[in-house]
Write a protein that binds this ligand. Sequence first.
Ligand code: BDP
Length: 680
Amino acid sequence: DDGYRLWLKYDPLQDASKRASYSKSINSVYASQESSTISAAVEELQMGLKGLLGKNITLVKSMDSKRGNIVLKIENNEKLSEEGYRIFSQNGNFYISSKSEKGLLYGSYEFLRQVQTLQDLSKINIESNPKIKLRLLNHWDNPNGTIERGYAGASLWKWHELPYVIDPRYKDYARANASIGINGTVLNNVNASARFMTAEYLEKVEALAKVFRPYQIKVFLSVRFSAPRNVGGLPTADPLDPQVRQWWKDKAKEIYSIIPDFGGFVVKANSEGEPGPQDYNRTHVDGANMLAEALEPFNGIVMWRAFVYKADPNGDRTKEAYYEFKPFDGQFHKNVIVQVKNGPLDFQPREPFHPLFGAMPQTPLMMEFQLTQEYLGFATHLVYEAPMFKEVLDADTYAKGKGSTVAKVIDGSLHNYRFSAICGVANTGSDRNWTGHPIGQVNWYTLGRLAWDYSLSSEQIAEEWIKMTLTTQPKAVATIKDMMLKSREVMVNYMTPLGLHHLMGEGIHYGPQPWLDKSGRPDWTSTYYHRADTIGLGFNRSATGSNAVGLYAPEIQAVWGSEENCPLEFLLWFHHVRWDKKLPTGKSLWDELCFRYYGGAEEVKKMQEQWIPIKPFIDKEIFTDVLGRLQIQHREAVWWRDACVLYFQTFSKKPIPEPLEKPKTTLEELKKLVLIYQMR
Ligand code: BDP
């Protein structure tokens, strides 16, 4: 198994009695209406059930009197939203019903999931509505086929072949997304090339849109704010310049004439050197609203990113987006959503939730997660991201009192937003198995499942995915699930325990470089963040320090803002703590730090040991691949551990506590190693 089929594997069910009982109760599929989306749903049901049950499921023109029909039916149901569905059984038939073809598509995939995960269909009765309206992947793909922070090969989009050659993979991509409810895709990098605004590229984009359309996936583009200059020939991109405004209006019209259901724009402006309205002394509002007005006649939207940080050597990078955006609350045009990363820094293994969540009641905010493992060991480390995403979604902002979770901010319910949206920076690429690490697939799967229903538990999502993708053998399922569920915490422990952050190799963002003290900007170094000195470790963001904690609700300040009350996972994020400070675990900070680093690395070794007995129950190729990656991960967990412990020891001046074994290498050797990784 090369992993290409993802979770839509459709191999014959191993459980013979289940297979027989499903086979007996399913004979045919009947659709009360026709459309390209309904055809896609029918095709999937036929293909899936044929594989799973080994039986041809015929498409019938009227309901088969022999029963065993799967009936796809559009009907009114007040409890369902437009994309929602109901699945139930009645008189020996299965019904998938929805107000629209969209719900029929999603319901069909749910039906297949029920079979793939061996659920009892006899009394099936599911009613499901997506909690978030726009559920998107963001691809950081470039026109030349490379992917920014991509670790699974080249771009899926073969721009040089499009629109003439349509890789069959595009359809499989759409199927995978539809199966988890993803309904939009941003095709190109946020560090956007203006080429995407040319007629030549728009035609290519339409070719993809055409493949995705039956699967209800809209295309979006990242735009380069200076496009009117770059490809429009104008002398300026000033958002208040009438010619510039007209250029974008004409461009929007052109786009929609080619792609009538185009979704809209994503914009990274005045961030990390990208052009933006501030280049002309204008504001984020000026820039976003100009684009929003251009898209408005066509129902397009603007997702304006809040990932901004001005270079301010005396400040605190984690506060800057808040200061740049909060004052604009209520001023954005009605089809603008502000896209906010989960945390205030940048996709670290652990961050507190971004303080903008809950702070902009009059501006729809959307969530940006990163699926690709830029700071999580690329595609060689096993990390299941659901617990990390859920930690943020479940976090309480207290914006309107207790229970004002981040999830309720972004699903629009807390502040009655006009829109709700969530996106994940994709981890896909041209590798045969799509994500490099075979278990990386689950992070893509997770984004879709949580976007649809963030109340699903990490356990449930893991279990579904394992059964659909790897094995249904109960012991194997339990072991793999255990490995996955702890993997994120294990990684935090060997990379950045106790609230540490941004210790990774410069530029490449791989491997440890906690000693990095010079870079293009102070807030690109590691020392800016960990602030190790002879007294202690950590960034004082409490009221006596940068007071970043002051951006959160008073209820949160009372906890995170106090060194005594702060949970250990955020301790060094918010406090500079003495090396000998006794923590609630009974250990000093220094000892606790060492035990966490060693414990993390040790756990990876255990994960290897857990993986080995799985062998008889899963595909050989996948087994071997994961085993190899676990070996790399262990080596690198030790690398992280040794680098961080030896480096911080130069400040703490304390011995590595017994019974932990001293590193076999020296700090000097480790300093050289990361430089080798960074060589071109
Ligand atoms: C950072 C990445 C950089 C992205 C940036 C962003 O290192 O490549 O362009 O995020 O989100 O984490 O814009």
